[in-house]
Design a protein around this ligand. Structure first.
Ligand SMILES: NC(=O)c1ccc[n+]([C@@H]2O[C@H](COP(=O)([O-])OP(=O)(O)OC[C@H]3O[C@@H](n4cnc5c(N)ncnc54)[C@H](O)[C@@H]3O)[C@@H](O)[C@H]2O)c1
Ligand SMILES: O=P(O)(O)OC[C@H](O)CO
Length: 424
C-alpha cells in the first residue's frame, strides 16, 4: 500500500525508435532509470524497426559460429548491447531492451519517448492507438513538421491528438554521435500540459471511462485556450496521471533526461522548441550548399542569418503567440541547434558532398548514411508546399531557394540574389 510521499507505482519508459538519436536517447534514459529507482522501472523498452544485419569479420562482435549471416537487429542489440547499425561502437546500458513489436514495447508504459525519422511516425502512431495507457505522457524528439494539404502541425500536437495524450518536445544542439560519446551538450525540453485538478486523479485501476473520472480542467490563460484551439489533445480526452504514480512534471522529466554530459533546460514553449528543430534542417542544407561551392564561412554565416530570420517569421506567422521568439534566440533548440547543424549535421554534410560531387542530396543520402535518414529534404518540400498553398512562398526566399536547388530549378550560384529579396 502506498505511504504518504512515496508513490506506490513507478513510471515505465519506452523509446519509440532506435536510429542514431533514438539509440542515444535510450542510453541516456536507461542510465537515469537505473539511477532513480524510486521514480522509474529500471528496464527501458526500445522499439526497433526490425531488419537483418550482418556482423562483419572485423567486428569485435563477430561470432564464427554465426559467420556473416544476417541476424535480427533486435537479437544483436539484446546480445551485445550495441546498435551496430545505427550507433556503432557505443555500449548501451544492459537495461535497454530492444523490442520489434511496438505494441508490446509500449505496454504498461506511462512515459513514451517518440524518436524516429518524421516520415515514419504516421504508421507507427496508428498502431499505438488504443494500445497505450490512457494517462501516458509523451515527449517527441522528432525534428520535422506535419504537413497535410494546407495545414501544418507539430508532431507533439499531432501525436498527442491522435493518441489522446499530452506530448511535449525535446530538441537542441544535439548531434547524436557526440552525445553518445558523452561529450557535453545542452538540450531544451518543452512540457506544458493543461492543468488538471489533482483532486480528480484516481489511483491506477482498470482503464477508467470518461464518466468514472471527474476531470476538472483549469485553463490557465487565454494563451492556453489558443494553443488548444490549434490542435493539442482536447482537454476532455486528457486523463490525469493516477495519484499512485510520481507526478509527471518538469522535475521528473529533468530527472529522466539530464546527464552530466547532457544538460537539460525545461521550458513551456512546445511550438518554439519543435519548430526550431524542424526548420533549421532546411537552413543546414543551404549551409552545406554554399560550403560545397567553396564559398567559406562568411557565406555560411549569411545563410544562417537569413535562415534564422525566416524561422522566427514562420513561427510568428503560423503558430502565433504560442511561439516565443526568445526560444529561437536563447535556447539550445534555436540558434545553438542552427549552428551545430550547419557545422556538422547530416543535412549539412550531405548537401556539401552533393555539390562537391555533382550528385543529388538524395543520392548522397543513400550511399553515405547507411540507412540513416535526412529530415531536411522532406521538410523543405513540406514547408514550401504549405507556404505555396497560402501564397506565401516568396516571403521565405531561403526556404524556397533550398527546395528549388534540391529539385534542379536553381543552382547554388543563385542563392545570393534569391536571399537578397529578404532584405529588400
Ligand atoms: N541523429 C542525430 O544526430 C539527431 C539528433 C537530434 C535529433 N534527431 C532527430 O531524431 C529523429 C530520429 O532520427 P535518428 O537519427 O534516430 O534516425 P536515423 O536517421 O538514424 O534513421 C534511421 C531509423 O529509421 C528506421 N526506419 C527505417 N525505415 C523505417 C520504416 N519504414 N518505418 C519505421 N522506421 C524505419 C531505422 O530502423 C532507424 O531506426 C529525427 O527526427 C532527427 O531529425 C537526430
Ligand atoms: O544530422 P542532422 O542534420 O539530422 O542534425 C542532427 C541534429 O538535429 C543536430 O542538433
Amino acid at each position: 500500500m502506498a505511504t504518504l510521499g512515496a508513490p506506490a507505482k513507478k513510471h515505465k519508459v519506452t523509446v519509440v525508435g532506435s536510429g542514431n538519436w533514438g539509440s542515444t536517447i535510450a542510453k541516456i534514459v536507461a542510465e537515469n532509470t537505473k539511477e532513480h529507482p524510486d521514480f522509474f522501472e529500471e528496464d527501458v523498452q526500445m522499439w526497433v524497426y526490425e531488419e537483418e544485419v550482418s556482423i562483419s569479420k572485423n567486428s569485435k562482435h563477430f561470432d564464427s559460429s554465426v559467420g556473416e549471416a544476417p541476424q535480427k537487429l533486435t537479437t544483436i542489440i539484446n546480445k551485445y548491447h550495441e546498435n551496430v547499425k545505427y550507433l556503432p561502437n557505443i555500449a548501451l546500458p544492459k537495461n535497454v531492451v530492444a523490442n520489434a513489436s511496438v505494441v508490446d514495447a509500449v505496454k504498461g508504459s506511462s512515459i513514451l519517448v517518440f524518436n524516429l525519422p518524421h516520415q515514419f511516425i504516421g504508421r507507427i502512431s496508428k498502431q499505438l492507438e488504443g494500445n497505450i495507457l490512457p494517462f501516458a505522457r509523451g515527449v517527441s524528439c522528432i525534428k520535422g513538421v506535419n504537413v497535410t494539404s494546407s495545414e501544418i502541425s507539430l508532431f507533439s500536437e499531432w501525436i498527442g491528438e491522435g493518441l489522446g495524450i499530452y506530448c511535449g518536445a525535446l530538441s537542441g544542439a544535439n548531434i547524436a554521435n557526440e552525445i553518445a560519446a558523452e561529450k557535453w551538450s545542452e538540450t531544451t525540453i518543452a512540457y506544458d500540459p493543461p492543468v488538471i485538478d489533482s483532486r480528480a486523479a484516481t489511483p491506477t485501476g482498470p482503464s477508467p471511462s470518461s464518466s468514472q473520472i471527474n476531470l476538472t480542467l483549469t485553463i490557465t490563460s487565454a494563451d492556453e485556450e489558443q494553443r488548444d484551439a490549434r490542435g493539442r489533445v482536447s482537454k476532455a480526452r486528457l486523463r490525469p496521471v493516477p495519484s499512485d504514480y510520481p507526478p509527471l512534471d518538469h522535475a521528473i522529466f529533468k530527472t529522466l533526461f539530464h546527464r552530466p554530459y547532457f544538460h537539460v533546460r525545461m521550458v513551456s514553449d512546445v511550438a518554439g522548441v519543435s519548430l526550431g528543430g524542424a526548420l533549421k534542417n532546411i537552413v543546414a542544407l543551404a549551409a552545406g550548399f554554399v560550403e560545397g561551392r567553396g564559398w567559406g564561412d562568411n557565406a555560411k554565416a549569411a545563410v544562417m542569418r537569413v535562415g534564422l530570420l525566416e524561422m522566427v517569421k514562420f513561427g510568428k506567422e503560423f503558430f502565433g503567440h504560442s511561439v516565443h521568439a526568445g526560444t529561437f534566440t536563447e535556447e539550445s533548440c534555436g540558434v545553438a541547434d542552427l549552428i551545430t547543424s550547419c557545422s556538422g549535421g547530416r543535412n549539412f554534410r550531405c548537401a556539401k558532398m552533393a555539390v562537391e560531387r555533382g550528385l543529388s542530396v538524395d543520392e548522397v543520402e543513400k550511399t553515405e548514411l547507411n540507412g540513416q535518414k535526412l529530415q531536411g529534404t522532406s521538410t523543405a518540400k513540406e514547408v514550401n508546399s504549405f507556404l505555396k498553398t497560402r501564397g506565401r512562398e516568396d516571403e521565405y526566399p531561403l526556404f524556397k531557394a533550398v527546395l528549388d536547388i534540391l529539385e534542379g530549378r536553381k543552382t547554388v550560384d543563385d542563392i545570393p540574389d534569391l536571399v537578397a529579396q529578404a532584405d529588400s
